[in-house]
Design a binder for this molecule. Structure first.
Ligand SMILES: [Zn+2]
Length: 168
C-alpha cells in the first residue's frame, strides 16, 4: 500500500509543479508580458502580490528539485525548468526591490515637503526682525545706527536720540 500512496503524492506534486511552472513558461514566450497580472484586481497591496508570486516560484523550485531527486523529471527538463523558475524569481525580487525603493522615495518626499512647509511657516510668522545694514556714506563721518530702533546716530553720541538706547 505504501508505494501506492507515494506514487499518488508524487502525482499531486507533479500536477502542482506543472500548474505553477507552465503558466510561467507560457508568459515568458511573450517578451512584453513577463509578469502574471491576472490577480491584480483582487489584490490591493502590490507588495503582497509580489511576495506571493515570489513564494510560489520558490515553492515550484523546491518541488521541481524534489521531482528531479526522485527521478520524475529528467536532468535536461530539470535544467530547463530550473533556469526558467530562477529567472522568474530574480524578476520578482527585482520588482519587490523597485517597489520598496519607490515607497521609500515617496516617504522621503513627504517628510521633505513637511519640513519645507514648516520652514515657510516660521519665516512667515517668525518673531525675528532684522534691521537692514546701511553702508557708511562714502567720504563722510563714521555713522552708527541705534541697535534698538535703527535710527542713525552720530559717532560721538552715547545715546540714541530717538529711543534713548545706549549706542556708544
Ligand atoms: Zn534708538
Amino acid at each position: 500500500m505504501i508505494p501506492v500512496i507515494i506514487i499518488g503524492a508524487l502525482a499531486l506534486v507533479g500536477i502542482a509543479v506543472a500548474a505553477i511552472a507552465f503558466p510561467l513558461l507560457r508568459e515568458r514566450e511573450d517578451p512584453d508580458s513577463v509578469e502574471i497580472r491576472e490577480d491584480l484586481d483582487t489584490v490591493t497591496d502590490p507588495l503582497v502580490e509580489l511576495e506571493g508570486r515570489r513564494d510560489a516560484v520558490y515553492q515550484a523550485i523546491r518541488e521541481l528539485r524534489f521531482d528531479y531527486d526522485v527521478g520524475k523529471v529528467s536532468e535536461t527538463d530539470y535544467n530547463i525548468f530550473d533556469t526558467q523558475l530562477k529567472a522568474q524569481a530574480v524578476t520578482v525580487l527585482k520588482e519587490i526591490d523597485a517597489l520598496q525603493a519607490a515607497e521609500a522615495d515617496t516617504a522621503l518626499n513627504d517628510s521633505l515637503e513637511a519640513e519645507i512647509a514648516a520652514l515657510r511657516h516660521v519665516n512667515g510668522n517668525g518673531p525675528v526682525k532684522t534691521v537692514p545694514r546701511q553702508p557708511v556714506p562714502a567720504g563722510g563721518v563714521a555713522v552708527n545706527f541705534c541697535p534698538q530702533c535703527g535710527t542713525k546716530v552720530r559717532s560721538g553720541d552715547k545715546f540714541c536720540g530717538t529711543c534713548g538706547a545706549v549706542v556708544g
